[in-house]
Each structure stands twice: as C-alpha cells, then as structure tokens.
Design a protein around this ligand. Structure first.
Ligand code: GLN
Length: 189
C-alpha cells in the first residue's frame, strides 16, 4: 500500500514513520506528481490556514480535491481534519477546505489557556482499551452529518469520526506510542 503524506507544513514526518512501521509505503507529497499512484492520503496536523495557502502555491489544491472527490481514502488529523471538513467555524476568511466530510469543525475549540491536553479516549470499535490522545490547539466537531460515524468524544463532542474510508481526528494519533488509529485507517484503505 502506498500512502501519500501531505508534507507542506506541520507534523508529517511522524505520520510517515508510523505508516512505515505498519508495513505501508509512505511518500511525502509536495508537488502534484507525488500523488501519482497513491492509495490514500494523510493530511497531518499543523496550521490549517498556512496549509491552505501552501495548497494553492504548490498547485496541490486541485489534484487533491479531484482525488478526494473521486473517493481517495484519507486520514485527517487536527489541521488535517479541518481541511477535510465541509464547514469550518472560527476559520480565517481566506482559508479553504476540501469539503468532503460532512462535519462542522470549530478551530481552536478548547480555548487559549488549555491549548494542549491529553485524554484517554474510549474509541468505538477499537480493541485493547482506551487510546491516549494528544490534543494541540485542537478543533472539535460541532455537528456530524447523518452518514458520519462518531468513534470518540470529549465533553460530549466528537473528536474522532469516520465516513467510509475517510477518518478524521481532532488529536494527533501519530504522537502516541499507539498505532491503532493508523491501523484502523489502513484497514479501511
Ligand atoms: N489550530 C490549528 C489550526 O487551526 C490546528 C492545530 C493542530 O493541527 N495541532 O489549523
């Protein structure tokens, strides 16, 4: 399996490491040609406003939008979740997302004082106990569409969702020494 990892900005390198440890081929995606032949795409955490600008300057916006619209499986984490969402709340006016996952996502939802926290999440369908999740200036899902499965919540709001082979996490699964979210994603691919 060949997994592209969007490598414009943010926490992409750690994702590639986890994917390789699970036996997948991971390829950094920086220009459109890097998308050739990938079976899925990871959109990492970082800063969604910056990534939105870089998607335009790199020429990746259109080819990725086309592939996602055609059903390319994707894992979006934190800023990557924002990039997959249909609706972004508290976004910057000029930031744009791919709009393939029917969720409303609020950026920086857990406030300034509590920029980062860790939480043991009960994840629906994941064997082996709770998943220790790292949240960094994390978004939250304010609304999930009827076709979207909610796999985990914090304070009653979704932080891990899935629709078919699209998985989105408000946290950084690549920072936990636990590869079960990546495994769940690869199984869907
Ligand atoms: N707050 C960031 C944003 O809006 C996301 C933070 C992260 O990816 N760790 O893009």
């Amino acid at each position: 399996m060949k997994i592209g990892v969007l490598a414009l900005q943010g926490a992409f390198a750690t994702h590639a490491g986890v994917l390789r440890a699970l036996g997948a081929e991971a390829r950094d995606v920086r220009v459109p040609a890097d998308l050739d032949g990938v079976d899925a795409l990871v959109l990492p955490g970082g800063e969604s406003t910056t990534m939105s600008l870089l998607l335009d300057s790199s020429g990746l916006r259109e080819p990725i939008a086309e592939q996602l619209a055609g059903g390319l499986p994707a894992l979006g984490t934190c800023a990557g979740m924002i990039l997959l969402a249909c609706n972004v709340l508290d976004g910057r006016d000029d930031q744009r997302s791919f709009g393939v996952l029917d969720i409303d996502v609020r950026r920086n939802a857990f406030g300034r004082q509590v920029d980062s926290f860790e939480s043991d999440l009960a994840v629906d369908g994941l064997d082996g106990g709770p998943f220790h999740a790292v949240f960094i200036r994390a978004p939250v899902v304010e609304r999930a569409g009827p076709d979207v499965d909610v796999l985990a919540t914090v304070e009653g709001k979704p932080v891990l969702v899935r629709r078919g082979a699209l998985v989105a996490a408000a946290f950084h699964p690549e920072l936990s020494t636990d590869d079960r979210i990546h495994k769940l994603f690869l199984e869907g691919v």
